[in-house]
Design a protein around this ligand. Structure first.
Ligand code: GDP
Length: 196
């Protein structure tokens, strides 16, 4: 009822270029091709909102979307773990870590991971960073429509078990932008984090 108001605000290549650190925001992260753009678009009921993040020149560290004056969504396009130069990757990792650590308005991270192969190196890194600063991560296991129901449920169970072994603050659910599965559940997490 609220997320459809999302509008592109600005991009930042460095944490210092972010909009004022007031109110509350939730960040979206994921390896490239995890289904992040599709998920953001589905959650905001828009066709091409997150495409802005893929426009050359806007493929920066952080893309900010406003919901209203006090609430934002942030797309972390980064470079996934695509084959970019090691130096760029390290710079990006350092900036991302700085954002996660310094941003006071950041309430949690929605981590997108393909239900068929979750918890890759990138995902584990995000979980570890977030763990170390007590920032909650909610995993959307994307493209759930690609698996039969039982196989999807099994993947979710495995992920939940792994999260439990890390600590108690992370959570996970199944999601399909294509079938519009899991949207209400994801909205509930966003509502809670954003104090809506
Ligand atoms: P991003 O790189 O993480 O932003 O990923 P995209 O949202 O661009 O999606 C990557 C690919 O996965 C595209 O070909 C999408 O059509 C496909 N995809 C995304 N979400 C779903 C889904 O829920 N179901 C299916 N079957 N395919 C999806």
């Amino acid at each position: 009822p609220f997320y459809h108001q999302a509008k592109f605000l600005t991009s930042a290549a460095k944490v210092e270029q972010s909009p004022p650190d007031t109110g509350a925001e939730v960040a979206f992260a994921g390896r490239s091709n995890a289904g992040k753009s599709s998920a953001i678009n589905a959650l905001c009921q828009q066709k091409s909102l997150a495409r802005t993040s893929k426009t050359p020149g806007r493929t920066q560290l952080l893309n900010f979307f406003t919901l209203d004056e006090e609430h934002r969504l942030v797309d972390l396009p980064g470079y996934g773990y695509a084959k970019v130069a090691e130096k760029i990757k390290l710079q990006w990792q350092a900036e991302l870590a700085a954002y996660l650590e310094q941003r006071k308005s950041l309430r949690g991270v929605i981590l997108l991971a393909d239900v068929r192969h979750p918890l890759k190196e990138f995902d584990l890194q995000m979980l570890e960073w977030s763990n170390s600063i007590q920032l909650p991560v909610h995993i959307l296991l994307t493209k759930a429509d690609k698996l039969k129901r039982g196989a999807a449920a099994k993947s979710l169970l495995q992920v939940k078990k792994a999260l439990k072994e890390m600590n108690g603050i992370h959570s996970a659910q199944l999601f399909s932008a294509l079938k519009r599965q899991g949207i209400d559940q994801a909205h509930q997490v966003l509502d809670r984090w954003l104090d809506l």
